[in-house]
Design a protein around this ligand. Structure first.
Ligand code: GLA
Length: 386
């Protein structure tokens, strides 16, 4: 865990509550290597956890009360069982904390009252899953503090339910799964229907490679409404085709399925999901064979599909992808829900700076605000206490 962020959580805790925390629990942000908008279609994803972490310092508090301070805000937020039991009653960043209390209580668990202090290196609003990170770190803290009987295998669904039903964001199971189950040096191949996982070795260092993550800094344009609209469109298409989810449309049956849909937009949405699932499987096969560089064209094809068929990219992310590819990246794509957020590019480690500079130059030329860049190695998932 990065020293600084853990120290900030501890210092915040001491300052707010004038006592020592019982421990610190951490959970990372994530990027998705490939498999976008496939999770809620019961499909496949291949994300990995980032070294950037959210840390929660916590100690038991009065029964039925939760107080939480975050470095995002001067004032702590306090809520009791009545607010936690009514989805939406707590809003802003503290909603993610109340949501976890709600989900645990809804699962019949006796959640301990607690004082919490949150510090984070996961940027908010960049599409790196800062929400799954805070949910998962709080979940780990409350489970440990209360000695709750909740095996980690159940954590991702519970954290997802918190986000879906308390916060009101209709997201899939990907983010919470990788934030909880990620492993250093590996990408997480997840079947979102069965929740079966396989840790796929993704040793960038050994291959002399790096994943460059570019924060597009694009303002989120109606991201929530557009996400919900894409999800609804996929569910309608599955119903028309008579399948449980678009995961059930095999690649070989895609043309026949498309012929049964009567509007072009729905056909493009379905084509994205079905081809994207196949690209995840093809990427996994290449990684299993140790052929990391060869996944580049699949990443780039995924981006084209998100841009042309699923229509979730914006000029800033398209510019970043094009500039990275022109500067020699093996492949590049937007990662996450879309309408802004981050782009990832697979590059030779010693070319990462030059590719980042090329993206920055392309942004300047187009008059966009300067992007953020970092290189990311796959890190481990949620943990603690420390
Ligand atoms: C967001 C959601 C995920 C997933 C991605 C798109 O990150 O939280 O569940 O749907 O978008 O792949």
């Amino acid at each position: 865990m990065s020293r600084d962020v853990a120290d900030r959580a501890t210092a915040g805790f001491r300052q707010r509550y004038a006592e020592e925390p019982a421990g610190r629990w951490a959970a990372p942000g994530r990027v998705n290597l490939i498999g976008e908008h496939t999770d809620y279609n019961d499909g496949f994803v291949l994300p990995f956890a980032l070294p950037l972490r959210t840390v929660v310092a916590a100690a038991p508090g009065p029964d039925g009360r939760w107080t939480v301070w975050s470095e995002l805000d001067d004032e702590p937020v306090e809520f009791g069982a009545e607010q936690a039991d009514e989805p939406g009653r707590v809003d802003g960043w503290a909603a993610y904390v109340a949501a976890v209390v709600w989900a645990l209580r809804a699962a019949g668990l006796d959640v301990p009252g607690a004082r919490l202090a949150v510090a984070s290196d996961v940027p908010v609003g960049s599409g790196l899953s800062s929400s799954a990170a805070i949910e998962s770190a709080v979940l780990a803290a409350l489970v440990d503090l209360g000695g709750l009987d909740l095996p980690t295998g159940r954590w991702p669904r519970l954290a997802q339910r918190a986000e879906n039903d308390y916060v009101g964001a209709p997201t899939g199971i990907m983010d919470q799964s990788v934030v909880i189950r990620g492993r250093a040096g590996h990408a997480l191949f997840l079947d979102c229907r069965t929740e079966e996982v396989e840790q796929i070795p993704f040793d960038l260092d050994a291959a002399g490679l790096a994943v460059l993550v570019v924060d597009s800094r694009a303002p989120h344009r109606h991201a929530d409404g557009e996400y919900a609209a894409r999800r609804a469109s996929c569910e309608r298409a599955a119903a028309t085709l008579g399948v449980t989810a678009l995961r059930d449309v095999a690649t070989a049956d895609l043309d026949a399925a498309l012929a049964r849909l009567d509007d072009d937009e729905t056909r493009r949405r379905v084509r994205h999901v079905v081809t994207e699932n196949q690209r995840v499987l093809d990427t996994v096969a290449l990684l299993r064979a140790g052929r990391i560089r060869d996944i580049g064209p699949l990443l780039t094809a995924s981006h084209a599909s998100m841009r042309d068929d699923f229509e979730i990219t914006v000029p800033e992310v398209d510019t970043a992808v094009e500039a990275a590819l022109s500067a020699g990246a093996y492949g590049a794509r937007m990662t996450g829900g879309g309408f802004g957020g981050c782009v990832l590019a697979l590059v030779d480690a010693d070319a990462a700076d030059a590719v980042a500079a090329a993206v920055t130059a392309a942004y300047a030329e187009r008059g966009f605000a300067a992007p953020g860049t970092l290189t990311a190695l796959p890190a481990g998932g949620a943990g603690g206490p420390s």
